[in-house]
Ligand binder design. Structure first.
Ligand SMILES: O=C([O-])CC(=O)C(=O)O
Ligand SMILES: [Mg+2]
Length: 496
């Protein structure tokens, strides 16, 4: 840590950590686990975003498996080149929507690598069982195509049938090579592919989309916790999203599902408490024809509303959630408007990395006069306002996917079911202590994350058994203890 702290720039710290991961894996994980709050922003958001943007020029050695269009027809052989045989979790991207930074092509590899480091550090999945994969199907990022250090194919993205066939070969090859109990986490695909891939492979493979399902689970947990501070039930609140992509519609759907479970009201009715704004304004029924399919369930009856501020004033939400990938969109007017009709507005600025956050913590607390219950996707420092300290929570899927994945792997689950996402969410919300609430926090600190992950894993596994989706026999009696016993620990022996 002394050496890492010598570096002033976050990117230098990132590079030092990546060197350490390569050279001394055990020490890398020991550091990461023991200093998680300090190092998470280095190996994960926001620094991993900058690393991906500059990946070509900081590249020293490949950290995961690249599979390019050129390998079409031979993907199985390429997979067999990976030295480890027993893989439990794959995180795969095609780099088309890296965080809120857009198309970074092959340079998106930083994301699967970072996510899998957290699978190990936060969730205890063995490092050797983790496989980061980037599918190189080209990039539409002109700057990268002209960058002498770009590490991927210099061609525009494959689309349509060519893309579908390539992905199909990949999915089949993974199953053939690793069996059906390998968890495939889709990460940072563009909206136009993410929903389709999840729908297409959700019934034949063990797949999980972190941006749709992981984010949904973490946000639902935060909301359930926030209600303890703000009051009311899920169904008594009104939700407005800016951004109707993977995160926005994924969160919205999981809230509606949980609302429906709690109230026994049909989910179609529950959806009406939830409104989404996209780049063309409020999503309303008159726009239905021209909407992408994943937005259509949210097209409720309402007159046309052109922008977020007008939507806030028209819908009067109690909860405002930013998932658009665009920074500085929760303006002073927007935050003041929602604060004018809520004693304690719940405001979540979820876009990553920090540069894309809808507003900063300081803005949220200042503009709401310290009344907002606030969390962000990327970390923000505590803020002092009017002599009081405010600590924003980090509503990031990193709370969920490591424990979720552990639960799936340890139970030998063969499919992911929505109820397992609800189980993960419930377990996370239960880990928020009175001490956290007293500080206004709706998430527990990351310093306890391994214990939290064990509880998430246990709840997810329990649900998998209940649903008949778990193949591991016999079912361990104490699933929390079992989860803990499964977790990789970078232990140093004391020989003295
Ligand atoms: O990686 C993160 O910090 C959260 C996430 O999945 C995203 O923003 O796409
Ligand atoms: Mg993501």
């Amino acid at each position: 840590m002394h050496n890492i702290r010598q570096y002033q720039l976050p990117l230098q710290r990132y590079m030092a950590m990546m060197d350490l991961q390569e050279g001394n894996e055990r020490l890398f994980y020991k550091l990461l686990i023991d200093n998680v709050e300090e190092l998470l922003p280095v190996v994960y958001t926001p620094t991993v975003g900058e690393a991906c943007q500059k990946y070509g020029s900081i590249f020293s050695r490949p950290q995961g498996l690249y599979i390019s269009l050129k390998e079409k027809g031979k993907i199985l052989e390429v997979l067999k080149n990976w030295p480890e045989r027993s893989i439990q979790v794959i995180v795969v991207t095609d780099g088309e929507r890296i965080l809120g930074l857009g198309d970074l092509g092959c340079q998106g590899m930083g994301i699967p690598v970072g996510k899998l480091s957290l699978y190990t550090a936060l969730g205890g999945v063995r490092p050797s069982a983790c496989l980061p994969i980037t599918l190189d199907v080209g990039t539409n990022n002109e700057q990268l195509l002209n960058d002498e250090f770009y590490i991927g194919l210099r061609q525009r993205r494959a689309i349509g049938q060519e893309y579908a066939d390539f992905l199909h070969e990949f999915m089949a090859a993974v199953k053939q090579n690793y069996g059906e109990k390998v968890l495939i986490q889709f990460e940072d695909f563009a909206n136009h592919n993410a929903f389709d891939l999840l729908a297409r492979y959700g019934t034949t493979h063990l797949v999980f989309n972190d941006d749709i399902q992981g984010t949904a689970s973490v946000v639902l947990a935060g909301l359930v916790a926030a209600l303890k501070l703000v009051g009311g039930t899920l169904a008594e609140h009104t939700y407005l999203f800016l951004g109707a992509g993977e995160a926005g519609t994924g969160i919205a759907e999981l809230i509606a599902l949980e609302m429906s479970r709690q109230t026994k009201i049909p989910i179609e009715e529950c959806r009406k408490k939830i409104w989404l704004v996209d780049s063309k304004g409020l999503i309303v029924s008159t726009r239905k024809e021209s909407l992408q399919h994943f937005k259509q369930p949210w097209a409720h009856e309402h007159e046309h509303v052109g922008n977020l501020l007008d939507a806030v004033n028209a819908i009067k939400p109690t909860v405002l959630i930013g998932t658009s990938g665009k920074g500085q969109t929760f303006t002073q007017e927007v935050v003041e408007a929602i604060s004018s009709f809520n004693e304690m507005p719940i405001i979540l600025a979820l876009s990553n990395p920090t540069s894309q956050a809808e507003c900063t913590a300081e803005q949220a607390y200042t503009w709401s006069k310290g009344r907002a219950v606030f969390a962000t996707g990327s970390p923000f420092d505590p803020v002092e306002y009017n002599g009081k300290m405010y600590v924003p929570g980090q509503a990031n899927n990193a709370y969920i996917f490591p424990g979720f994945g552990l639960g799936v792997v340890m139970s030998g689950a063969i499919r992911v079911h929505d109820d397992m996402l609800l189980a993960a969410s419930e377990a996370l919300a239960q880990q928020v202590t009175q001490e956290n609430f007293d500080k206004g926090l709706i998430y527990p600190p990351f310093s306890n994350i391994r214990k939290i992950s064990a509880h998430i894993a246990a709840n997810v596994a329990a649900k998998a058994y209940e649903l008949g989706l778990a193949s591991r026999r016999p079912r361990p009696k104490d699933l929390v203890k079992y989860a803990e016993s499964c977790m990789y620990s970078p232990i140093y022996r004391n020989y003295r």
